[in-house]
Design a protein around this ligand. Structure first.
Ligand code: PMP
Length: 426
């Protein structure tokens, strides 16, 4: 075994040299030293089955050899030139993406992170429409940069609004409300959207939304919601930006989650899973909208050969292993198990929601503070049984399940048993 410094010293160094705002999961966090498909390993050799960290290597698992080999080969051949030079991997990737993107979306601007992709998408919408305003959903999360934080509704991801936020943003309620049916919550959100559009639709460039809110607590709208949103926005010439940064590339059972409801957005932002851990992101749109980005624009790292080859390998892997179909099949299995736990522990598990392998189980919805405490306990106990799961939601009381899509039936059975034992012990 290598000489690892151990989690206590890692924590100490973080406290000493990182910004104080840097947070971490767990009372006793492991030091993760190795990844292998759906597994992560601690410094002491402990093996964890990953049902959450994989949100960023969504499809293909940690250090997938079929992908890592191609990344390594590219690193040895041509590591870097920026987009002002002609190279092949980024054009191959753009062409490949055009083949999986919906409708007439066929141009991609490559960047390096989700925040940067959304920032570009928002700016593009302003340039195309000549308008400044944005509509965003309450409790959404879109990034850490100036514009993206301004359209982020989740309070824990926002900073001082006076100092750091763009003011041309109107938030509307998301299609989810405690104690209200999904249809009713959806209707309330649509009424709010109609009111904003009626008041100032001509000043709004775009609405940005996650198809399923991830950090907001796996909020899954009723089927009719996004088709209705799109119809209304079109009446006012307002663009729809789909933030597919968590949902994209198979996790929900479709390449892009808006496809669950047959909606084609005007701009799609993508990141995380596309690079399977290597930074690669982009925002895609139609010929017509892309034409409004007229300033000369190159990105130092966006579309670099190593990232592009990795993304191509990821897309190959998703296709060859039919990962979206796998997400549907295994997602149904995990969901069924979580629903059985909700029936067995109705006083603990209030709701199970999501799509494919993007699932959430809300704890004690009527007493979210207790739910948040329980979520922490469950996370810790399940980790000690060898499973990594996440938590999110406005109140941090939603257990989150977003494993790499290579997860197996046995992994799911093991996790459900660990969860059942943990919940029974609470
Ligand atoms: N949008 C969504 C939906 C996200 O989940 C995230 C990251 N959690 C971002 C944007 C920001 O991405 P990044 O951290 O790569 O900047």
């Amino acid at each position: 075994m290598q000489n690892y410094i151990g989690p206590e010293l890692v924590l100490q160094k973080r406290q000493q040299y990182f910004y104080p705002c840097t947070s971490h999961f767990y009372r006793n966090p492991p030091q993760i030293v190795k990844g292998e498909m759906q597994y992560l390993y601690g410094h002491d050799g402990t093996k964890y089955t990953d049902f959450f960290a994989g949100v960023s290597v969504v499809a293909s698992g940690h250090c997938n050899p079929e992908i890592a080999e191609r990344t390594a080969e590219q690193l040895r051949t041509l590591q870097h030139t920026c987009t002002i030079y002609l190279t092949q991997p980024n054009v191959d990737l753009a062409e490949r993406l055009a083949g999986v993107l919906p409708g007439e979306l066929r141009r991609t601007f490559f960047v390096n992170s989700g925040s940067e992709a959304n920032e570009g998408a928002l700016l593009l919408a302003r340039l195309y429409t000549g308008r400044r305003g944005f509509i965003a959903l309450e409790q959404g999360l879109h990034g850490r940069t100036y514009l993206t934080m301004s359209v982020t509704g989740l309070s824990m991801w926002r900073t001082d609004p006076e100092l750091a936020h763009d003011t041309d943003v109107t938030f509307i309620p998301r299609p989810h409300e405690r104690g209200v049916s999904a249809d009713e919550a959806g209707r309330r959100s649509i009424e709010a959207l109609k009111a904003v559009l009626a008041e100032k639709g001509g000043e709004i460039a775009a609405m940005i939304a996650e198809p399923i809110q991830g950090n907001g607590g796996m909020i899954t709208p009723p089927d009719w919601y996004f088709p209705e949103v799109k119809r209304l926005l079109e009446q006012y010439g307002v663009l729809l930006i789909a933030d597919e940064i968590q949902t994209g590339f198979g996790r929900t059972g479709r390449m892009f989650a808006m496809d669950l409801w047959g909606v084609t957005p005007d701009i799609i932002s993508m990141a995380k899973a596309l690079g399977s851990g290597i930074p690669v992101a982009g925002f895609a749109t139609t010929d017509k909208i892309a034409a409004s980005f007229t300033r000369p624009s190159a990105s130092t790292f966006g579309g670099n050969p190593v990232s592009s080859v990795t993304a191509l390998a990821v897309l190959d892997y998703i296709e060859a292993h039919r990962l979206p179909e796998r997400a549907v099949r295994l997602g149904a299995l995990l969901r069924g198990g979580l629903e059985r736990l909700a029936q067995r522990f109705p006083q603990l598990v209030s709701d199970v929601r999501g799509a494919g392998l993007m699932l959430g189980a809300e704890l004690c919805a009527d007493d979210p503070q207790r739910g948040a405490e329980l979520a922490d306990e469950v996370l810790e106990a399940v980790k000690d049984r060898g499973y990594i799961i996440g938590k999110n939601g406005v109140n941090r009381n939603v257990l989150a399940f977003q494993p790499p899509l290579v997860i197996t039936e046995e992994n799911i059975a093991g996790l459900l048993a660990a969860l059942e034992e943990t919940l029974a012990g609470l």
